[in-house]
Design a protein around this ligand. Structure first.
Ligand code: HEM
Length: 423
């Protein structure tokens, strides 16, 4: 990486190699200013933990997903911007979604989701996931190869969250198709742009599903969400339920798809590891954890300092947007020895922040882990060999991969693989 800092929020060099960017920033210190959006980049594991675990209202999630790029809709004045934020937060992108809520408002809505995503419900989904992976593989394996990121990872994750939520079976293939193009924050088609409310294009569809369930409740997650109650016994409005349902669908779909695709890329490039996991599928969960540490689907989350404070000894004025590098923390050599090495036996791999941590930590982590495990288990069990396509990605050692043009997320735009089916 050159002397000049590349722009994290727009430079394709960073999209291609976030590790090099984070290493470059960490060399300036675990908490350092980036010059383009004047955001404070947190690249140290201890410092990211300090930000994410703080629960006294100093750090707001109001800027989550888009980060500093959107700007604040009010002037930053004085050592405490809490009141100004409260007055203007509804003007901010994503402000209607759980990931951007704060305090008690966040806690009561998160509780509604926690009540729904029970261990029992997630475990009950496992049988469906096995059948789903086999159904997808039945269609793909005879072809000898496929675009694994779209045709396997994306399809598996979209069908899985659709089933969990109770989306009608006849609509699921349409959703897989609709959402098949990777999202974008830097360029790309409008419908897939991660903008002020990217889930708006699902509103009509989800409102329809929910209206059907108001008329006739079913035994599914959307019906339960409609029947749910806040701690004080009142019910969320129809509009609120629709927002929560859309957010859950979005949160559960893209991210898991990204994880599965990155896992397949890793296995395609590491034949010894692939053979080991095929022989010992019980190691697949360790492999998934190390993947989440090494190159996570969500690179960064964002927090806004509501009052003057400090992180890792660095002064943080009120109004500062912190870009908390989850992938950077996951590769901090002060916490993970030789972090660039992919090592499924790494003793502390589960310390990773792939699912973030603290009050906004991912609610779907157990489901995501199960989805990825089942998808990989079945792919390995039904093949003798999975290869990255040399014709498409170049030869081993000089692969060319392209990543979705988003500064927040990390995923392959495509992953062409070839395989030898068993039997
Ligand atoms: C590999 C897959 C996944 C990854 C890497 C991932 C990662 C994340 C991250 C980084 C956050 C943000 C936390 C923050 O701002 O600090 C998050 C939040 C969230 N995730 Fe996931 N996620 C995944 C899958 C899922 C699934 C399958 C679901 C649902 C079934 C889900 C539901 C949620 C929800 C509801 C939140 C918001 C929590 C809150 O703001 O309180 N995620 N996830």
């Amino acid at each position: 990486m050159s002397e000049a800092d590349p722009d994290f929020f727009s430079d394709p060099v960073v999209i291609q190699d976030p590790r090099a960017y984070f290493d470059h920033m960490r060399a300036k210190g675990p908490v350092a200013w980036e010059p383009y959006q004047h955001s404070l980049m947190v690249t140290g594991w201890d410092e990211a933990t300090e930000v994410l675990n703080r629960r006294d209202g100093t750090f707001s999630a109001a800027v989550n997903v888009l980060g500093p790029v959107q700007g604040l809709p009010f002037p930053v004045e004085g050592p405490d911007i809490g009141a100004a934020l409260d007055a203007h937060r509804h003007e901010m992108a994503w402000s209607d979604h759980l990931a951007c809520f704060d305090g008690e408002f966040h806690a009561v809505h998160r509780q509604l989701m926690t009540d729904l995503l029970t261990y029992k419900r997630i475990k009950a989904n496992e049988t469906y996931l096995y059948a789903l992976a086999d159904r997808l593989l039945d269609a793909l394996l005879p072809r000898g190869g496929c675009n694994a990121s779209v045709e396997y990872a994306h399809a598996a994750a979209t069908y899985a969250i659709s089933d969990l939520m109770g989306i009608p079976v006849e609509d699921r293939a349409g959703l897989v198709e609709l959402l098949g193009v990777p999202p974008s924050q830097i360029d790309g088609e409008a419908v897939h742009r991660v903008g002020s409310d990217p889930l708006i294009f699902l509103k009509e569809r989800f409102d329809g599903y929910l209206r059907d369930r108001v008329a006739e409740p079913r035994a599914d997650l959307m019906s339960e969400l409609l029947a749910s109650h806040y701690r004080d016994g009142t019910s969320p409005s129809f509009a609120r339920v629709s927002l929560l349902a859309r957010f859950l669908f979005g949160a559960g779909q893209d991210t898991t798809s990204r994880l599965i695709a990155m896992c397949i890329r890793e296995l395609g490039d590491d034949k010894a590891l692939q053979a080991r996991l095929r022989a010992e599928p019980a190691l697949i969960p360790d492999f998934i954890e190390e993947m989440l540490r090494h190159d996570a689907p969500v690179k960064v989350v964002y927090r806004l300092a509501t009052r003057d404070t400090a992180v890792g000894g660095v002064p943080v004025p009120a109004g500062t947007v912190l870009t908390v590098g989850l992938s950077a923390a996951n590769n901090d050599p002060r916490h993970f020895a030789d972090p660039a090495r992919f090592d499924i036996t790494r003793p502390n791999k589960r310390d990773h922040m792939g699912f973030s941590k603290g009050v906004h930590g991912c609610l779907g982590a157990p489901l995501a882990r199960m989805e990825a495990r089942v998808a990989l288990e079945r792919l390995l069990a039904r093949t003798r060999d999975v290869r990255v396509s040399d014709a498409h990605h170049g030869p081993a050692g000089a692969r060319r991969y392209s990543y979705e043009p988003t500064y927040t997320f990390r995923n392959l735009t495509d992953l062409m693989i070839e395989f030898d089916p068993v039997g």
